[in-house]
Design a protein around this ligand. Structure first.
Ligand code: CA
Length: 657
């Protein structure tokens, strides 16, 4: 599926030299300066080894400086690779690859062509490492690779010097890393913090621990950069960004307090080995950011599965009916609701082990199957790293209990689990994620993570991985009116940042006006019904737990229920149409021959968006806030002007044979 080859020919030297000559004016010239350019020359990286033998890189996109000289290097327990470095040699790289039939992404198939360079360095003690840069026209990816050497077969990375220095005019859309061991039953950090919108880059983070990936930067009028990492598995920790000093964000490892202090901060791996890829997605506009497939283009499947995993929609009693609904009778109501809606799944949330019990659970699973509904069953990940009481606990963390449980799940025909409340970003926790995934796949079980880290390429790496929360998700509508008040603003951000780099288990689309079982009390939803429906297209996750309840069968408008029955959850293509993070967003997605264009707005005035509707479009219809029914779309020369009201939305659907 993926091929990598190293060219040893004189790789487009003319273009390289031309760009090198052009670049001299803006980048300081030093001892060893090498330019790496993308296939169509839109993106250029300048790698510099200065007179002290220190490494840095800078990035230009369409001739504009996006990253100023930013540090590179490693400090390790076998030696330091940060100064006195000598370039031994470098080679060009060309990667021509792709993936296909991966339903769980924003695009089911993709091709990519990257060009790059592998640099081999030696430190003053004669130890070597290499630095791998690979570029496509909108992406820079890099990582460090270390060979087995001088009899040393393992390494601990004590520190990365890796940084990202943004120009001072840059503003950021970023979310802070939490303190460890705070929040609900001491479960943080869990990537559930508020985002800041368009703030100056030197803004201090709320907890003084910097920012989590991904981070979106607007470099004045020069372009956008989405910074993240991918390919993080059991061989490394997940990293984050420090607070910026003069625009420089340094890569930081997890905090010692995470995971209740268990496990090391510094990652370790066997040699030869490498660090995860750090990726920078670049765009003059936001289109390459929203449409990027970079997190999956730098990784490959870590195992083959003998199972085919089904995706689709599900019901979820807990979101509106909360813990009190975890009983046999209420679960039957949500199985029946799923059946009535034609949904494939129902999620049975926390406490089922004590409030339903294993024996009656087996009966409930059978009942679900009799209704053609697949139960997805909740587990805590913990464990010795938090104070979670909701059961089942102490199963997914323990290899022996976990294997026994997976066997029980498979015997009862369960095909999905949701594992919640992880301990942070240390390598020890990455090992747990991977162990749960790989054990589950042995039994044909797919896995959803909540209370968890950002997925970093996992959709492609683990065939039975479904999606992760790692966002302030729909539950916060129940918990806080303030979150309801800011729902539209957050919805207008996620497609550009969090959901741009990974599946997002949001669990939204409420049709209740009030956030409670009765629909008569509780927090007030500020957004329209069409807004809610539009989020099922704007938020991408291959299984969507829709936040409806049995009362919606009779009190929600029929067009809403019809739409929810119809809308797919997997996509063959994704196109960014218009928008600005936090203000409004319009995206088109295709499933087979069916297209949906969806838009929502958080702006305080009407937003108009001009759309091209193809002449061949069939079965064209519009859902908009002005009418509680399907409407015809009146185009003018193939154009349609969609107007989005504040806190409102629209959907246009059509078929293209
Ligand atoms: Ca959560």
């Amino acid at each position: 599926m993926r091929c990598i080859f190293v060219k040893n020919t004189t790789f487009d030297m003319k273009a390289l030299m031309l760009l090198a000559a052009l670049s001299v004016a803006t980048f300081a010239v030093a001892n060893d300066t090498t330019y790496v350019v993308s296939p169509n020359k839109l993106t250029e990286v300048c790698v510099v080894l200065n007179d002290e033998g220190e490494l840095s890189y800078s990035v230009k996109h369409l001739g504009n400086i996006i990253l100023e000289p930013s540090p590179l290097g490693l400090k390790t327990n076998i030696g330091d690779f940060d100064k006195g470095l000598k370039l031994i040699k470098s080679e060009t790289i060309c990667v021509n690859g792709g993936y296909k039939a991966v339903e769980r992404l924003k695009r089911s198939a993709d091709r990519y062509l990257r060009e790059g360079r592998m640099f081999y360095f030696q430190n003053p003690e004669g130890l070597t490492f290499s630095l791998q840069f690979e570029l496509d026209d909108n992406t820079v990816g890099f990582r460090y690779c270390i060979e087995r050497q001088k009899g040393t077969g393992s390494i601990v990375i004590n520190k990365e010097l890796t940084g990202f220095r943004l120009p001072q005019k840059t503003t950021a859309f970023i979310t802070p890393q939490s303190d460890a061991m705070i929040g609900w039953k001491r479960t943080k950090p869990s990537y559930e913090e508020d985002y800041l919108f368009d703030v100056p880059i030197d803004t201090r983070s709320k907890y003084d621990h910097g920012w989590t990936f991904p981070a979106l930067f607007k470099v004045g009028n020069d372009g956008w950069a989405l910074v993240s990492e991918t390919g993080v598995d059991s061989h490394y920790c997940a990293s984050r960004l420090s607070d910026s000093e003069g625009g420089l964000f340094r890569l930081e490892f997890p905090m010692p307090e995470e995971n209740n202090g268990n496990g090391t901060v510094e990652p370790a791996f066997a040699l030869p080995g490498n660090t995860p890829w750090r990726i920078i997605v670049l765009g003059k506009t936001l289109k390459p950011i929203v449409e990027t497939t970079a997190p999956w283009n730098f990784v490959k499947p870590l195992y083959d599965s003998e199972y085919q995993y089904p995706f689709g929609k599900g019901t979820w009693s807990w979101i509106l009916w909360q813990d009190e609904s975890i009983n046999y009778d209420d679960q039957v109501k949500f199985i029946d609701l799923a059946h009535e809606m034609g949904f494939q799944f129902t999620l049975i949330d926390n406490w089922w082990d004590t409030k339903i019990g294993v024996i009656r659970m087996e009966r409930l699973i059978k009942y679900a199957h009799s209704k053609n509904v697949e139960p997805i069953i909740w587990y805590s990940s913990s464990g010795y790293w938090n104070d979670i009481e909701q059961g089942p606990v102490n199963i997914m963390c323990d290899p022996i209990s976990r294997k026994r449980e997976m066997k029980w799940l498979q015997e009862n025909g369960v095909r999905g689990i949701k594992v919640d409340f992880f301990g942070g970003d240390k390598q020890e926790t990455m090992r747990l994620y991977e162990a749960i995934l790989s054990d589950a796949d042995d039994h044909g079980i797919m896995v959803i993570f909540h209370g968890c880290t950002l997925p970093r390429g996992w959709e492609l790496m683990y065939p039975n991985y479904v999606g992760s929360e790692a966002v302030l998700a729909s539950e916060n509508m129940i918990f806080s009116q303030d979150f309801c008040d800011r729902e539209a603003q957050n919805a207008c951000l996620h497609p550009f940042v969090r959901n741009a780099v990974g599946c997002m288990e949001y669990g939204g689309c409420f049709l209740n006006r009030r956030m409670s079982r009765s629909n008569e009390r509780g927090n007030i939803r500020r957004t329209t019904d069409v807004f809610q429906l539009a989020t099922t297209i704007l938020f991408q996750n291959p299984i969507q737990h829709i936040a409806i309840a049995p009362n919606n069968l009779t009190d929600a408008p029929a067009y809403c229920l019809d739409f929810l029955r119809e809308v797919p959850t997997t996509w063959d293509d994704t196109r960014f149409i218009d928008g600005y993070p936090g203000r409004y967003v319009v995206i088109a997605r295709r499933h087979g021959t069916q297209w949906y264009i969806a838009g929502v707005s958080a702006s305080d005035k009407d937003i108009s968006v001009d759309l091209d509707i193809p002449a061949e479009a069939k079965d064209l219809y519009l859902l908009a806030d002005n009418k509680a029914e399907k409407q015809t779309v009146k185009t003018k020369n193939g154009k349609y002007r969609a107007t989005i009201k504040p806190q409102g939305g629209f959907i246009i659907a059509f078929k293209m044979e």
